[in-house]
Every structure is written in structure tokens, then in C-alpha cells.
Design a protein around this ligand. Structure first.
Ligand code: KG4
Ligand code: ZN
Length: 356
């Protein structure tokens, strides 16, 4: 992809990570991550076992300015070297989104440079193109704490949803399972760690939606099944926890693989691609090595080329927001300084369906 040489500041504050990064895109399509700083608020939220919106917003306010200054300094480009600012404008916890967006607006106004209000989900969706030159269209499994969707990525701002979760997101199910097992916060990495020494066949957990037509997901029944099993057991030992974590993770993998297989068939029907079919997996849950392995096996079977950003670009970060900003600016897309922060903002705002 040809982009003009552009150096952008990215800002991410939609959940519990305060992040700032400086990204540079070159005309030959190469890109550089000049700096990429993420400050996790895990310690602030841990006593509550989940993210507390008010605490998150305050923590962003306390650290964002310093983090941005450090990102600009580390990038070595100076404030005068920035040609634009990309800040997450939603969806997310509204207080946090406002902190980042208002800061982005202030920098854009002070420096006289364009502002891009980035959809956080578009940040995840395009993150694969930050690390590899994946051409449009591609199939995307977006699995994070707030979302679980299968989408066709047809271009920047052009998304067609094939399916999504009818209830909880996959990351939410990981977090709730971790809480039930007393594994701590954040849940996903804790479940993955415990599962390493566990037996994935010990507990027969349900695989919701497996084998159903279409590409929708459901995870609340799986979470409830874990709760019932845990409640019916004597006090759990470490091995019980590990076995439950492994059984849970294996159920999630089976469901994701089944839904992706359906989506691949639909995507192939919708597009004739001579250069190969790409499957991108992004979002925090895509950091999970076991799930990556399961989807890799599926891709080999279905002749899809798997692209997964490295784990640190799967969980929330500002590099992906800066990159989405570069993709948009390269197309002449920027936003006015009165753009609003949005708690909800579906990626496929046109709600086009490619299933039928
Ligand atoms: O993309 P992300 O950082 O934030 C949202 O946009 O939601 O995703 C966070 C989610 C959390 O639910 C977290 O538990 C999950 O991603 N997660 C993982 C792993 N690392 C993060 N889930 C499973 N395995 C992991 N290694
Ligand atoms: Zn995210």
C-alpha cells in the first residue's frame, strides 16, 4: 500500500490501558513503530476483580500527558515532527474515551495538525496491516474483552459483519472464568497460564453454537456451566483449577474454530481472490497461544493464510490507533475538532449483511 510519509501520534484510552505511540508510514508501504508505550491499570482494578470505569478515567487523566511526552521523546521526532494525531473516539468506557480524545484534540489544535477520531475496533481490525502488507479483502476474527465478531474487512471503513456474540464476548468469558477459579485479574492471561498444566478433557463443558448455521457465538452458557461445576466440587486444588482452565480454553477454541470455518466458506463464496485468502485474528484474546494454534490448524486445512499481530499488538495499544490514523489520513480522511466521543460505535455501521 502506498502511503505518503506520515508520522502520527496515536492515543488509546478506551478501557484500562493508557497508551501512546508514534508511528511512521513510508511511501513504499513500509511502516515503523517509533515508540509504543502502554501503561496498564491492572493494580488499580485488581481489588474489584474487573475494570471500574471511574477509576479508569481518573487513571488516564493522571498519566496520559506524561506518557504522550515520553512517546514523542522516545520516537525522536519532536513535537514539530508530528503530522497528525489519532485518538480513539469510541467505543469504550466513555470517561476514558473522552480523556484521550480531548487530549488528542488539544494537541491537534495547538500544533495545527489533523485529528483522526479512530474507532477502537478499526484499530484492532487494521493492526495486521501494521505488521504485514495484507491486502483487502480479508476475513477478521475480532476477539477482545468487549467484542467477539467475524467480519469481512473490505477496505478502510468498509466492514461487513458475518456474525457476532449473542451475549458475552470471549474475553469476558475468560475474565469471568478466571474470577470463578480465583485466578485473579486480568483473567485471560491467568487462564492461559493455569491451563498450561491442565487436562483439557477432564471436564465436559458445552460448546455453544457448535455446528449451527451462520457465524454467531454465545459464551454465557459456557461460563454458567463452569460456575455450576465449580459450585458442585469440593474446595478446588491447584490441579483442579488448571484442569478447569484447560477444559474451558479448549471449549472456547472448538467454538471459535467452528464459527471461523463457517465464515471462511461464506468469505470464499463472496470473493474470488487469486492471491490467496487471508484470515486475521486480532483483539486481546488473540494473544492466547493455544487459540492461535487451533486457528492456525484450521487455516492450514482450509487453505487460508493466517495473520496474527504479535501479542502486544493484540491487546490494547496505541500503535494500532496511530496506524489506523495513517490509513485514514492517506485516504484524505480526518475529523473536525468537535467530533464526539462514543460509548457505542459498531464497526459495520451500515449493518450490511454478507451472509445471505
Ligand atoms: O483488546 P483488549 O486488550 O481490550 C478490549 O478491547 O476489550 O482485550 C482484553 C481482553 C480481556 O478480556 C483479556 O482477559 C483478554 O483480552 N486476553 C486474553 C489473553 N490476553 C488478554 N484472553 C485469553 N488469553 C490471553 N492470553
Ligand atoms: Zn481492544
Amino acid at each position: 500500500m502506498a502511503v505518503p510519509p506520515l508520522t502520527l501520534l496515536g492515543i488509546e484510552t478506551s478501557c484500562d490501558e493508557t497508551a501512546a505511540a508514534v508511528i511512521r508510514g513510508h511511501p513504499d508501504g513500509t511502516r515503523e513503530i517509533l515508540s509504543d508505550l502502554v501503561l496498564s491499570q491492572f493494580d488499580a482494578h485488581r481489588p474489584y476483580g474487573g475494570v471500574v470505569p471511574e477509576i479508569a478515567a481518573r487513571a488516564h487523566i493522571l498519566s496520559l500527558d506524561k506518557l504522550i511526552a515520553a512517546a514523542v521523546q522516545q520516537a525522536g521526532c519532536g513535537w514539530e515532527g508530528l503530522e497528525g494525531v489519532a485518538a480513539t473516539a469510541g467505543p469504550g468506557l466513555i470517561g476514558g474515551v473522552m480523556v484521550g480524545l480531548v487530549t488528542g484534540k488539544a494537541i491537534a489544535a495547538a500544533r495545527g495538525i489533523p485529528l483522526v477520531g479512530v474507532n477502537h475496533l478499526e484499530g484492532h481490525a487494521l493492526s495486521a496491516r501494521l505488521v504485514q502488507q495484507v491486502a483487502f479483502p480479508y476475513l477478521l476474527l475480532l476477539v477482545s474483552g468487549g467484542h467477539c465478531q467475524l467480519l469481512e474487512v473490505r477496505g478502510v471503513g468498509d466492514y461487513v459483519r458475518l456474525g457476532g456474540s449473542l451475549d458475552d464476548a470471549a474475553g469476558e468469558a475468560f475474565d469471568k472464568t478466571a474470577k470463578l477459579l480465583g485466578l485473579g485479574f486480568p483473567g485471560g492471561p491467568a487462564v492461559e497460564q493455569a491451563a498450561r498444566s491442565g487436562n483439557p478433557t477432564r471436564f465436559a463443558l458445552p460448546r455453544p453454537m457448535l455446528g449451527r448455521a451462520g457465524c454467531d457465538f454465545s459464551f454465557s452458557g459456557l461460563k454458567t456451566a463452569v460456575r455450576h461445576m465449580v459450585a458442585g466440587m469440593p474446595p478446588m486444588q491447584d490441579q483442579d483449577r488448571a484442569d478447569m482452565a484447560a477444559s474451558f480454553q479448549s471449549a472456547v477454541a472448538d467454538v471459535l474454530v467452528d464459527r471461523c470455518r463457517h465464515a471462511m466458506a461464506i468469505f470464499r463464496r463472496n470473493h474470488t481472490l487469486t492471491e490467496g485468502y487471508h484470515m486475521v485474528v486480532a483483539g486481546g484474546v488473540a494473544a492466547n497461544q493455544m487459540l492461535r494454534g487451533a486457528i492456525h490448524t484450521l487455516c492450514v486445512q482450509q487453505d487460508f493464510i493466517l495473520v496474527t499481530p504479535p501479542p502486544r499488538l493484540c491487546t490494547d495499544n496505541a500503535a494500532m490507533i496511530g496506524w489506523a490514523g495513517i490509513e485514514r489520513l492517506a485516504l484524505g480522511l480526518s475529523d473536525p475538532l468537535d467530533i464526539s466521543a462514543r460509548a457505542r460505535w459498531p464497526l459495520d455501521s451500515s449493518f450490511r449483511s454478507a451472509v445471505n
